[in-house]
Design a protein around this ligand. Sequence first.
Ligand code: FMN
Length: 346
Amino acid sequence: MQEDQTVKRKKEHLKLCLTADVKFKSKTTGFENYEFTHCALTEVEIDKINFETKFFKKKINYPFLISCMTGGTTEAENINAQLAIAAEELKIPIGVGSQRQALEDDKHLKSYKIIRKNARNVPVLGNLGAAQIVQLKKIDVVQKLNDQIEADAMVVHLNPLQELLQKEGEPNFKGLLKQLGKLVKHLNVPIIVKEVGAGISGKTAKELLEAGVEGIDVAGAGGTSWAGVEILRNKSEKEKEFWDWGLPTSYCIKDVYKLKKYYKFILIGSGGINSSIEAAKAIALGADIVASARIILQTLNKSGIEGVKNLITNWFDFVKSVMFLTGSNTLNELRKNKLILKELLY
Ligand SMILES: Cc1cc2nc3c(=O)[nH]c(=O)nc-3n(C[C@H](O)[C@H](O)[C@H](O)COP(=O)(O)O)c2cc1C
C-alpha cells in the first residue's frame, strides 16, 4: 500500500513538473536585483578560461550539477538513463531522486542504478528525505542505499514545507540534527544537505556544518514551488498562502557564503537557476557550483539528451563572456565584488 502510494506520488510529481505552472507566483530568486560591474579595461583571454574544477574527489568540466529529481518508477528509469548520459558526456555531477522507494522494496532499483551504469566517471549523488532519516532505526540502511548506486556523496533533503502540505506527508523532524550527526560519522561518503525550493539560511547552514555536513545546496525560492506542486495535487486552495513561501535563492547564497570564512564546504547555488544570467549571478554571489532541476527535466522532455547538453554548454559560454566583461580570469575572481545592487546604480 505504502509502496503504491510512493510510486503514485512520484508519477504525479513528474507529470505536474512537466505540464503545470508550478513556479513561484510573485516571489523571485532576487538575481534581478543585481547587475554585473562592467570592466572597460578587461585583459581576460576568453579562450584561456577553464571551468574544470573538483567536486569532492572527482574532476568535473563545468561547475554544474543536475539536481536530484527522480527514481522509483518506470518513467524515472528512462529519464535517469538519459540524464546520466548527458552528465557523463559533459563530465558533470548528477543526483538521483529520493531513494525512499528503494527502502520499501527492490522493484524499481534499476531506476536508480541506471545513473551509475550510464555515468561511470562522474560524481553521482544519493538522496533521501529528512523525514526518512529521522525515522531510521538502523543507520546502516543509508550506507546500503549509497552502495547500491555507488554514490560519491549522500544528499539529505530538508522539505518541511512540502511534508506539511502533502496529504500523505510526515512533518515530524524531531531529532533530525542529532541523527544527521550520527549519519556523518557512520557513512563512508560525505553528506550534502539541500532544501527543495524554500531555501537554507546562514543560521541553518551553520548548524549543519557544525554537525559535519560537507555540502550545502541552498535550493532557494523563486524557481519550482514544491508547495505549489502539493497544492495542485491536493486540489485545494486552502494552503495557497504557502505557494510563495521561502527564502529567495540569491539571499541564501549570500548568507551561506559568509560561512566560507569559518568552514570548508561546497556551496551549491540552486532554486530557479533557469538561465545563463542566473547561473552566472549565482556563482558571482559565491556558489562553488550551480544546480538546476525542473528546467533540465523540461529540456530533456522537449529536446532530448542533446538539448540538455546544449543548454548547459550555452550557459557556460555565456558565463565566459560575463567573465571577459567583468575582468575575471577565473571563477574565483568572478566571485570577488563583480555584482552591484541595481539600486546603487542610479
Ligand atoms: C520532478 C522533480 C522531482 C524532484 N524530486 C526530488 C527528490 O526526490 N529529492 C530532492 O532532494 N529534490 C527533488 N526535487 C527538487 C529539486 O532537486 C530542486 O531542489 C528544486 O526543484 C528547485 O530547483 P529548480 O527551481 O531548478 O527546479 C525534485 C525536482 C523535480 C523538478
